[in-house]
Ligand binder design. Structure first.
Ligand SMILES: Nc1ncnc2c1ncn2[C@@H]1O[C@H](COP(=O)(O)OP(=O)(O)OP(=O)(O)O)[C@@H](O)[C@H]1O
Ligand SMILES: [Mg+2]
Length: 235
């Protein structure tokens, strides 16, 4: 059902890492997930060849600009969640994916420069909203910023300043941050899920699992809240 699209026009913001962490966490809890790997480098498709893909997770990587909207729509009919990872550009395929989204997650690393780049993602979201608002004036596409690769030890001055700037501009930000942890990287090098990583090979796996679960819980909570607002508006 809900389509969650990860967007950030800046490369390396943490889209693939956070979307895979979310997808595997939700699928391991028993929900069906279709992961649409729309990055031409197919990082998640490659990850899946390692054989650790949860049973409830399906990966689709054969998508084009022309058919991504249809593929998302079709996946949303059969899966509890559809999660879309895109390449780090403002290509047309990104706009097509946004047009099918129920919720957009904008990952950004916690520096001023990265946060400014996130503005490009907000503009894409607003452009989509304006199109729909022509015939549905109350339409909003919910989204939130996710801070990635933040230090577990300290909340940097940079990050707390950016949090305030986003709050002042009414831009929603996840309370949970995806911390910088070897385990998030190791998912790709070992082609494993977070929980499947060897505790002897990778440090603090359980902390990363906990972090991903908290992130997934906040995503579900935001989806619920937006669902409630939507039904209130409809009444
Ligand atoms: N939470 C994290 N902890 C440690 N390393 C991370 C974390 N998130 C991302 N990384 C690392 O940062 C780099 C970029 O992350 P990722 O590939 O997820 O970004 P992306 O937004 O998908 O990039 P692209 O735009 O190129 O697709 C990778 O090397 C990844 O391993
Ligand atoms: Mg990526």
């Amino acid at each position: 059902m809900p389509v969650i699209v990860f967007v950030s026009p800046k490369g390396g913001a943490g889209k693939t890492t956070s979307s895979l962490a979310l997808a595997t966490t939700v699928a391991e809890k028993g929900a069906t997930v279709t992961f649409i790997d729309a990055d031409p480098n197919r990082p998640v498709q490659t990850w899946g060849t390692g054989g650790a893909k949860p049973e409830k997770m399906t990966i689709i990587s054969d998508v084009t600009e022309e058919d991504i909207a249809d593929q998302i729509d079709e996946a949303a009919r059969s899966s509890a969640f559809v999660i879309v990872d895109l390449e780090g550009t403002a290509a047309t395929i990104v706009a097509h994916a946004i047009s099918e989204a129920d919720f957009v997650i904008v990952p950004t690393q916690g520096s001023q420069l990265d946060a400014e780049q996130a503005g490009r993602a907000f503009r894409l979201i607003r452009a989509h909203e304006r199109g729909i608002q022509k015939h549905k004036p109350d339409y909003r596409l919910p989204y939130a910023v996710l801070f990635t690769r933040t230090s577990v030890a300290i909340q940097s001055r940079d990050t707390s300043h950016i949090r305030r700037t986003f709050a002042d501009a009414n831009i929603p930000v996840f309370k949970v941050e995806l911390n910088e942890r070897a385990a998030f990287k190791a998912m790709f090098s070992y082609r494993q899920t977070l929980s499947g990583l060897g505790r002897a090979e990778v440090s603090n796996v359980d902390k990363a699992v906990e972090n991903a679960e908290a992130f997934a819980a906040e995503v579900l909570q935001m989806l619920r809240e937006h669902q409630e607002t939507k039904s209130e508006v409809a009444q």
